[in-house]
Design a protein around this ligand. Structure first.
Ligand code: FES
Length: 121
């Protein structure tokens, strides 16, 4: 019997991180999102309501706006100027506002909790 050596030895090891998405009514859903995807992509792939992502992640719409739980703020990279500008145009921005398309999932943010705003602008 002939066996392809790649089927025996080659496999992809995908690491995941848990991201919790909450809404303003207190509903919460925790999803395992593949490292390297954005928090927005994890939401879209899992039909999380409240994250529209109209521009597909090119930082041009602010409809992926989320509030990051305070304890996670210093574990995230700082927002770039373009992200800060877009957050200013989001619905009810706060000091813990981020664009979820700019938050890349990794082991370092395993357990991240974000809350969607009451609506997206
Ligand atoms: S998806 Fe448009 S700014 Fe994030």
């Amino acid at each position: 019997m002939h066996t392809c050596p790649f089927s025996l030895y080659a496999y992809i090891y995908i690491t995941m991180a848990k991201i919790t998405y909450k809404d303003q009514e207190g509903n919460s859903k925790t999803i395992e999102v593949e490292n390297g995807l954005s928090v927005m992509e994890g939401a879209i792939q899992n039909n999380i309501p409240g994250i529209d992502a109209d521009c597909g992640g090119s930082m041009a719409c602010a409809t992926c706006h989320v509030y990051v739980e305070e304890k996670w703020l210093n574990k995230l990279p700082n927002a770039e100027e373009g992200e800060v500008d877009m957050i200013d145009m989001a619905f009810e921005p706060k000091k813990n506002s981020r664009l979820s398309c700019q938050l890349i999932v990794s082991d370092e943010i395993d357990g991240l909790e974000v809350t969607t705003p009451a609506k997206q602008s």
